[in-house]
Design a protein around this ligand. Structure first.
Ligand SMILES: C[S@@+](CC[C@H](N)C(=O)[O-])C[C@H]1O[C@@H](n2cnc3c(N)ncnc32)[C@H](O)[C@@H]1O
Length: 313
């Protein structure tokens, strides 16, 4: 039986079946984006794509191409299946999630800009309400967009290079990431205010907005600070996760993260006296998360021996 304040190694699609109905107060998770960031982010069986086999051109391009994934060019039927495959993958756990969360529970879910809409459809089709989409303003981000003129110059076509000077192929700098806000509908016949009284869920805490130096709107500004990088390729800033945790939960409630990574959500929960349950299928990330969350307990223990008891696994 799954107990709060633990991290479990395994596939969340299997582990979710072990949770009781209506046992989770909220879900805060950074799910795989399905864009081939890394091998764990490849959620389709398109064997022509960089991370699941490679064309000769991809092999020749080596590491850069591999880590970037294959460009989207629209001609490949296999590529066109990727969004549907991502939807199917999300749907393989959103139904299960619906069963385990309480009425009025908030789900704050990071997803990639390109496929977030497919994840939203999966949540909706499982019964959740799509409440809003927050924009996490990262303040900094890497940007790759090639100057068209440089390509033509390399070809020796200086007329086209001149004509297309200033134009780029690619996207504008990706400075925001969407955070989807979903909610399990509250019980038929009641109001949201009744639901808050019965389950402690359905509202958000505006008092925390100023504590984190934020504005009371749906754009959240957090940049990575010390300790926020190096543990996972998509590690999220701890303060951002703490803000989200405080926005939709109260002390003692159970927060589930089915895609733990290095454990940023869980660490935030621990520091804020929320109970947490985490699932991670990768052994290395699982070990990192365990170590990180456990180390936080150790710091607290040194500060105050009474607090320690609340944190025993
Ligand atoms: C986007 S990352 C989370 C990173 C996290 N926000 C952090 O700060 O470190 C998603 C994680 O989900 C894990 N994952 C992918 N599929 C999974 C599954 N079916 N069950 C459990 N974990 C899974 C991956 O191994 C990856 O570490």
């Amino acid at each position: 039986m799954i107990e709060p304040n633990n991290i479990y190694l395994g596939d969340s699609r299997v582990l979710l079946d072990e949770l009781a109905d209506d046992s989770i107060d909220c879900v805060i998770s950074d799910i795989p984006y399905g864009i081939g960031v890394d091998y764990w982010d490849v959620l389709h069986d398109n064997s022509n794509s960089a991370l699941l086999g490679a064309s000769p051109a991809q092999v020749k391009a080596g590491k850069v191409f591999k880590s970037r994934g294959k460009p989207l060019n629209g001609w490949s039927e296999a590529d066109k299946q990727i969004p549907q495959a991502y939807y199917n993958w999300c749907r393989s756990w959103t139904d299960k999630l619906f069963r385990v969360v309480k009425p009025g529970a908030s789900l704050l879910v990071f997803a990639g800009r390109r496929l977030a809409h497919r994840a939203v459809c999966a949540f909706e089709d499982s019964g959740f309400i799509f409440k809003d989409m927050l924009a996490w303003d990262k303040e900094k981000s890497a940007h790759r967009a090639q100057h068209l003129s440089k390509i033509y110059e390399r070809r020796g076509d200086f007329i086209s290079a001149n004509k297309w000077s200033g134009w780029k192929v690619g996207n504008l700098r990706p400075l925001f990431e969407p955070i989807m806000w979903l909610m399990k509908p509250y019980k038929l016949g009641g109001t949201i205010a009744d639901n808050v009284l019965q389950y402690g869920l359905g509202a958000y805490n505006e008092n925390v907005v100023s504590i984190y130096g934020q504005s009371p709107n749906n754009i959240v500004n957090f940049s990575a600070t010390k300790g926020d990088t190096g543990l996972h390729p998509t590690q999220k800033p701890l303060n951002l996760m703490k803000y989200l945790v405080e926005l939709v939960s109260i002390e003692g409630q159970v927060v589930l993260d089915p895609f733990v990574g290095s454990g940023s959500t869980l660490l935030a929960c621990k520091e804020l006296d929320r109970r947490f349950i985490g699932f991670e299928c990768n052994e290395d990330f699982f070990a990192t998360a365990l170590q990180r969350v456990d180390a936080a307990r150790f710091v607290k223990r040194k500060m105050n021996t009474v607090v320690e008891e609340q944190y025993l696994f």
